[in-house]
Design a protein around this ligand. Structure first.
Ligand code: CA
Length: 425
């Protein structure tokens, strides 16, 4: 196959890595997501690509000459696609590079997977319109969406310092809260610890300060997509959020999945951006024919809750919610990039955008416990009889994501997992 006809997304491609050909797997040869791994705790991080149940060490395979993934993610789209093609050609059945690539494989079970790149700045958006509506209803039953929602992709600046790798346990945060009937606030462990089912969008190519990224070029600046759990302390949030928005209720921990699934791999799963009739047309800097026709991505999402008692009994946990990125999101990835830079704000390689909570239109498709339990008023009953409103110490949350479409290979995101420990001291 020549370079210009090679299609790394061809559903007929199979790999000599047998586990990559499992139709139910996350990491077929059509996926090839990028991340960082190390073989032992004190070893240096390496850049890897997931293939089946293995990781391909890119440096060992002779595909790159350094271990700086933030340098890799800022490659020009053509260079990045050429790298993806070289990886695909080396891993496909009958490849002449098989021997060299085989020596660069390591089983995923033998490595630690890290935060997939050095995260620079972190911005959290609020693109989930069903989430924004459900939360708004709890506060303003007659007027749930604020008037700016359908014009501005709402967001706030968060902190990158407490974004942790999947598998990391964290302590329940302590903070200031005020009970509705209390005269004064108090400080103590959060009693309303929640999850937020989100996607993480990793910026690859930077822009210079003062030079907005136009919507037609926005996706060239995006390297890939991860799962993201923006743990949230609702009682701290409710007391602190006015007038400047979330602060300590959000920045004690957020969990990111280890693999950045590239937009190249998500290409077959594009969808039109669907807006209800009568909604305003986006302002010109947020609008393009291409964005309307194919700017959304069909990604299925799941939330699994495994309590400490379930873990002890070897129970994998209950799926408490299922939703879909294209159904949940009012704004596309390209619109977020265009909006973030319209004022001249500079993005850097490794900046992370959280999508915001991706709840589906039905109540059982909610991406937070705040919605699933109606603000803590209606507990979920789990399959082993335990009940939950908000998270208890020892609870583990696992997010999963995948794309499926007839005639195409399933593309998975792996998992994004975190466990709640008791409040410190
Ligand atoms: Ca969030």
């Amino acid at each position: 196959m020549s370079a210009d006809t090679y299609d790394a997304n061809d559903p007929a491609l199979e790999s000599w890595v047998a586990s990559a050909n499992d139709p139910a797997g996350d990491f077929p040869i059509q996926n090839l997501p990028f991340g960082r791994f190390r073989r032992e705790d004190d070893a240096a991080w390496c850049i890897g690509v997931a293939i089946g149940d293995q990781v391909l060490d890119l440096r060992k395979a002779g595909l790159i000459d350094n271990a700086d993934i933030n340098r890799l993610i800022r490659l020009k789209p053509q260079t990045r696609q050429a790298l993806r093609q070289a990886i695909s050609e080396g891993l496909r059945h009958g490849s002449p590079h098989r021997t060299k690539f085989e020596a660069a494989l390591v089983p995923q079970r033998d490595v630690t997977l890290g935060v997939p790149c050095d995260i620079r700045d972190y911005t959290d958006f609020y693109v989930g319109i069903h989430h924004a509506t459900a939360i708004g209803k709890q506060f303003r039953p007659d007027n749930p969406l604020l008037p700016n929602y359908k014009w501005v992709p709402i967001g706030y600046h968060g902190r990158a310092s407490t974004i942790v790798a999947s598998g990391t346990a964290f302590h329940r945060p302590v903070g200031q809260t005020r009970a509705p009937d209390a005269a004064e606030p108090a400080v103590g462990p959060s009693a309303r610890l929640d999850i937020e089912l989100e996607l993480g969008i990793v910026i690859g190519r930077p822009n210079a300060m003062g030079v907005p990224i136009r919507i037609g070029e926005a996706e060239e600046h995006v390297f890939g997509v991860t799962l993201f759990n923006d743990w949230s302390a609702r009682d701290i949030q409710g007391w602190e959020y006015q007038p400047l928005g979330p602060f300590l209720s959000k920045n004690f921990a957020s969990t990111i999945s280890p693999w950045m699934v590239t937009l190249d791999a998500l290409e077959p799963f594009r969808k039109p951006l669907v807006r209800p009739d009568g909604d305003p047309r986006p302002l010109p800097y947020l609008d393009s024919a291409d964005n309307a026709a194919r700017g959304a991505f069909d990604i299925q999402l799941e939330v699994v809750l495994q309590t400490a008692r379930m873990a002890k009994a070897g129970h994998a946990g209950d799926t408490i919610s299922r939703s879909n990125f294209a159904e949940a999101a009012y704004w596309t990835i390209a619109q977020l990039v265009a909006h973030h830079t319209v004022n001249g704000c500079a993005l850097q390689a490794g900046d992370l955008f959280g999508s915001g909570t991706l709840s589906g239109p039905r109540p059982d498709q909610a991406g937070s416990l705040l919605e699933l339990t109606l603000g803590g008023k209606q507990a979920l009953t789990l399959s082993n009889g335990e009940r939950r409103t908000y998270l208890q110490d020892g609870d583990t949350i696992i997010l999963r994501g995948y794309c499926e479409r007839p005639g195409f290979r399933r593309i998975g995101f792996g998992e994004c997992k975190g466990t709640v420990l008791s409040a410190p001291g």
